[in-house]
Write a protein that binds this ligand. Sequence first.
Ligand code: URA
Length: 237
Amino acid sequence: MRLDKYLSEMGCGTRSELKKNIKSGLVTVDGVVVKDPGTKVAENSEVTYRGETVTYEEYTYYMLNKPAGVISASEDSREETVVDLIDETKRKDLFPAGRLDRDTEGLLIITNDGELAHRLLSPKHHVDKKYFAILDGKADDNDVEVFREGIVLPDGLACLPADLDILSVDTESETSRIEITIREGKFHQIKRMFSAVGMEVIYLKRLTMGPLSLDPDLAPGEYRRLTDDEISVLKSV
Ligand code: URA
Protein backbone atom coordinates (compact mmCIF):
# COMPACT_ATOMS: atom_id res chain seq x y z
CA MET A 1 0.00 0.00 0.00
CA ARG A 2 1.17 3.58 -0.66
CA LEU A 3 2.52 5.42 2.37
CA ASP A 4 0.09 8.37 2.05
CA LYS A 5 -2.87 5.95 1.82
CA TYR A 6 -1.66 3.97 4.86
CA LEU A 7 -1.49 7.15 6.94
CA SER A 8 -4.79 8.58 5.76
CA GLU A 9 -6.63 5.30 6.41
CA MET A 10 -5.27 5.37 9.95
CA GLY A 11 -6.75 8.84 10.44
CA CYS A 12 -3.56 10.95 10.27
CA GLY A 13 -4.97 13.48 7.80
CA THR A 14 -6.06 13.98 4.22
CA ARG A 15 -4.00 12.56 1.34
CA SER A 16 -2.93 16.08 0.24
CA GLU A 17 -1.87 17.16 3.76
CA LEU A 18 0.03 13.93 4.17
CA LYS A 19 1.79 14.23 0.81
CA LYS A 20 3.11 17.62 1.93
CA ASN A 21 4.15 16.40 5.36
CA ILE A 22 5.82 13.26 3.99
CA LYS A 23 7.84 15.45 1.59
CA SER A 24 8.93 17.64 4.48
CA GLY A 25 10.37 14.65 6.34
CA LEU A 26 7.79 14.01 9.09
CA VAL A 27 7.45 10.29 8.34
CA THR A 28 9.77 7.34 8.90
CA VAL A 29 9.40 3.77 7.68
CA ASP A 30 11.39 1.11 9.50
CA GLY A 31 13.55 3.79 11.09
CA VAL A 32 14.38 5.73 7.92
CA VAL A 33 12.91 9.12 6.88
CA VAL A 34 10.95 8.57 3.66
CA LYS A 35 10.03 11.57 1.49
CA ASP A 36 8.17 9.89 -1.36
CA PRO A 37 4.40 9.63 -0.59
CA GLY A 38 4.11 6.79 -3.12
CA THR A 39 6.59 4.54 -1.24
CA LYS A 40 5.09 1.09 -0.81
CA VAL A 41 4.73 -0.06 2.79
CA ALA A 42 3.62 -3.41 4.16
CA GLU A 43 0.94 -3.65 6.85
CA ASN A 44 3.61 -4.74 9.33
CA SER A 45 6.09 -1.93 8.46
CA GLU A 46 7.04 0.28 11.38
CA VAL A 47 5.70 3.69 10.42
CA THR A 48 5.99 6.88 12.46
CA TYR A 49 4.32 10.25 11.82
CA ARG A 50 5.55 13.29 13.74
CA GLY A 51 7.47 10.92 16.03
CA GLU A 52 4.45 8.75 16.92
CA THR A 53 4.10 5.13 15.84
CA VAL A 54 1.14 4.52 13.51
CA THR A 55 0.10 0.87 13.62
CA TYR A 56 -1.99 -0.45 10.75
CA GLU A 57 -5.33 -2.03 11.71
CA GLU A 58 -6.77 -4.56 9.34
CA TYR A 59 -10.26 -4.25 10.78
CA THR A 60 -11.87 -1.21 12.37
CA TYR A 61 -15.10 -1.20 14.37
CA TYR A 62 -17.19 1.80 15.39
CA MET A 63 -20.41 2.15 17.37
CA LEU A 64 -22.49 5.00 15.94
CA ASN A 65 -25.60 6.53 17.48
CA LYS A 66 -27.30 7.05 14.13
CA PRO A 67 -29.19 10.34 13.96
CA ALA A 68 -32.47 10.66 12.06
CA GLY A 69 -32.16 12.03 8.52
CA VAL A 70 -29.07 10.05 7.46
CA ILE A 71 -29.16 6.99 5.23
CA SER A 72 -27.66 3.58 6.11
CA ALA A 73 -25.28 3.27 3.16
CA SER A 74 -21.54 3.61 2.55
CA GLU A 75 -21.71 6.35 -0.05
CA ASP A 76 -24.30 8.27 -1.94
CA SER A 77 -23.89 11.03 -4.50
CA ARG A 78 -26.65 13.21 -3.03
CA GLU A 79 -27.33 12.25 0.56
CA GLU A 80 -25.31 12.11 3.74
CA THR A 81 -24.60 8.53 4.80
CA VAL A 82 -23.78 6.95 8.15
CA VAL A 83 -20.21 6.30 6.92
CA ASP A 84 -19.76 10.03 6.12
CA LEU A 85 -20.27 10.66 9.85
CA ILE A 86 -17.11 8.68 10.73
CA ASP A 87 -14.74 11.56 10.09
CA GLU A 88 -11.69 10.36 12.07
CA THR A 89 -10.59 8.00 9.28
CA LYS A 90 -10.35 8.13 5.53
CA ARG A 91 -10.75 4.35 5.19
CA LYS A 92 -12.66 3.64 2.00
CA ASP A 93 -13.85 0.15 2.94
CA LEU A 94 -16.22 0.94 5.84
CA PHE A 95 -19.89 0.00 5.67
CA PRO A 96 -22.81 -0.23 8.10
CA ALA A 97 -23.46 -3.73 9.47
CA GLY A 98 -27.19 -3.65 8.80
CA ARG A 99 -29.66 -0.91 8.03
CA LEU A 100 -31.85 1.43 9.97
CA ASP A 101 -34.51 3.51 8.24
CA ARG A 102 -33.63 7.15 7.54
CA ASP A 103 -35.86 8.32 10.43
CA THR A 104 -34.63 5.67 12.91
CA GLU A 105 -31.97 6.52 15.48
CA GLY A 106 -29.64 4.41 17.55
CA LEU A 107 -27.07 1.66 17.51
CA LEU A 108 -25.32 0.95 14.25
CA ILE A 109 -21.99 -0.83 13.85
CA ILE A 110 -19.73 0.60 11.16
CA THR A 111 -16.87 -1.68 10.17
CA ASN A 112 -14.86 -3.16 7.31
CA ASP A 113 -15.13 -6.69 8.75
CA GLY A 114 -17.43 -8.47 6.30
CA GLU A 115 -17.31 -11.77 8.16
CA LEU A 116 -18.52 -10.25 11.44
CA ALA A 117 -21.26 -8.29 9.65
CA HIS A 118 -22.42 -11.45 7.92
CA ARG A 119 -22.60 -13.32 11.22
CA LEU A 120 -24.63 -10.55 12.88
CA LEU A 121 -27.03 -10.16 9.97
CA SER A 122 -27.45 -13.71 8.73
CA PRO A 123 -31.09 -14.82 9.12
CA LYS A 124 -29.74 -18.15 10.41
CA HIS A 125 -28.23 -16.58 13.51
CA HIS A 126 -31.35 -14.83 14.89
CA VAL A 127 -29.39 -12.12 16.68
CA ASP A 128 -31.67 -10.23 19.13
CA LYS A 129 -32.20 -6.53 18.45
CA LYS A 130 -33.93 -4.36 21.03
CA TYR A 131 -35.66 -1.09 20.08
CA PHE A 132 -37.37 1.69 21.98
CA ALA A 133 -40.42 3.15 20.24
CA ILE A 134 -43.17 5.70 20.71
CA LEU A 135 -46.43 4.59 19.12
CA ASP A 136 -49.46 6.46 18.01
CA GLY A 137 -51.97 4.20 19.73
CA LYS A 138 -52.58 2.44 23.03
CA ALA A 139 -50.61 -0.81 23.26
CA ASP A 140 -52.13 -3.49 25.48
CA ASP A 141 -51.66 -7.05 26.71
CA ASN A 142 -53.34 -8.42 23.61
CA ASP A 143 -50.57 -6.88 21.45
CA VAL A 144 -47.98 -8.44 23.76
CA GLU A 145 -49.60 -11.84 23.22
CA VAL A 146 -49.96 -11.42 19.44
CA PHE A 147 -46.28 -10.47 19.14
CA ARG A 148 -45.22 -13.30 21.48
CA GLU A 149 -46.94 -15.83 19.25
CA GLY A 150 -45.37 -14.40 16.08
CA ILE A 151 -47.52 -12.00 14.13
CA VAL A 152 -48.43 -12.67 10.50
CA LEU A 153 -48.37 -9.43 8.48
CA PRO A 154 -51.19 -8.62 6.00
CA ASP A 155 -48.89 -9.57 3.09
CA GLY A 156 -48.53 -13.07 4.60
CA LEU A 157 -45.07 -12.57 6.10
CA ALA A 158 -44.80 -14.59 9.31
CA CYS A 159 -42.62 -12.88 11.92
CA LEU A 160 -40.71 -14.78 14.57
CA PRO A 161 -41.97 -14.33 18.16
CA ALA A 162 -41.05 -10.89 19.53
CA ASP A 163 -40.97 -9.59 23.11
CA LEU A 164 -43.05 -6.47 23.60
CA ASP A 165 -42.64 -4.58 26.84
CA ILE A 166 -45.12 -1.72 27.41
CA LEU A 167 -43.34 1.00 29.40
CA SER A 168 -46.24 3.48 29.60
CA VAL A 169 -49.48 4.42 27.90
CA ASP A 170 -50.66 8.03 27.80
CA THR A 171 -54.43 7.85 27.63
CA GLU A 172 -54.80 11.55 26.86
CA SER A 173 -52.55 11.68 23.78
CA GLU A 174 -53.26 7.99 23.03
CA THR A 175 -49.59 7.19 22.62
CA SER A 176 -47.44 4.41 24.08
CA ARG A 177 -43.77 4.04 25.00
CA ILE A 178 -42.55 0.53 24.46
CA GLU A 179 -39.48 -1.66 24.04
CA ILE A 180 -39.51 -4.51 21.58
CA THR A 181 -36.98 -7.25 20.88
CA ILE A 182 -36.99 -8.92 17.48
CA ARG A 183 -34.77 -11.74 16.19
CA GLU A 184 -34.74 -10.90 12.50
CA GLY A 185 -34.40 -7.75 10.43
CA LYS A 186 -36.89 -7.60 7.63
CA PHE A 187 -37.53 -4.35 5.73
CA HIS A 188 -39.39 -1.83 7.97
CA GLN A 189 -40.14 -4.77 10.23
CA ILE A 190 -41.14 -2.96 13.41
CA LYS A 191 -43.20 -0.35 11.61
CA ARG A 192 -45.00 -3.10 9.69
CA MET A 193 -45.62 -5.17 12.85
CA PHE A 194 -47.25 -2.25 14.65
CA SER A 195 -49.16 -1.18 11.57
CA ALA A 196 -50.64 -4.71 11.50
CA VAL A 197 -52.12 -4.09 14.98
CA GLY A 198 -53.36 -0.61 14.04
CA MET A 199 -50.59 1.59 15.45
CA GLU A 200 -48.06 3.90 13.83
CA VAL A 201 -44.45 4.10 15.00
CA ILE A 202 -43.72 7.79 15.52
CA TYR A 203 -40.20 7.41 16.97
CA LEU A 204 -37.81 4.46 16.75
CA LYS A 205 -34.38 3.92 18.25
CA ARG A 206 -32.24 0.75 18.33
CA LEU A 207 -30.82 0.04 21.77
CA THR A 208 -28.99 -3.29 21.38
CA MET A 209 -27.68 -5.68 18.78
CA GLY A 210 -26.85 -9.12 20.20
CA PRO A 211 -24.64 -8.57 23.26
CA LEU A 212 -23.81 -4.96 22.32
CA SER A 213 -25.70 -2.01 23.87
CA LEU A 214 -25.73 1.57 22.65
CA ASP A 215 -23.40 3.68 24.79
CA PRO A 216 -25.69 6.19 26.57
CA ASP A 217 -22.91 8.81 26.39
CA LEU A 218 -23.18 8.98 22.59
CA ALA A 219 -25.54 11.72 21.40
CA PRO A 220 -27.19 11.20 18.00
CA GLY A 221 -24.47 11.58 15.35
CA GLU A 222 -21.64 10.70 17.76
CA TYR A 223 -19.52 7.58 17.50
CA ARG A 224 -16.65 5.80 19.18
CA ARG A 225 -14.46 2.80 18.51
CA LEU A 226 -15.64 -0.50 19.95
CA THR A 227 -13.48 -1.74 22.84
CA ASP A 228 -11.54 -5.00 22.51
CA ASP A 229 -14.05 -6.65 24.89
CA GLU A 230 -17.02 -5.49 22.79
CA ILE A 231 -15.36 -6.80 19.63
CA SER A 232 -14.70 -10.20 21.18
CA VAL A 233 -18.26 -10.63 22.54
CA LEU A 234 -19.65 -9.68 19.13
CA LYS A 235 -17.40 -12.26 17.49
CA SER A 236 -18.77 -14.93 19.84
CA VAL A 237 -22.34 -14.45 18.51
N1 URA B 1 -37.74 -1.77 11.94
C1 URA B 1 -38.17 -0.69 11.26
O1 URA B 1 -39.34 -0.58 10.89
N2 URA B 1 -37.27 0.28 10.96
C2 URA B 1 -35.98 0.24 11.34
O2 URA B 1 -35.21 1.17 11.06
C3 URA B 1 -35.54 -0.89 12.05
C4 URA B 1 -36.44 -1.88 12.34
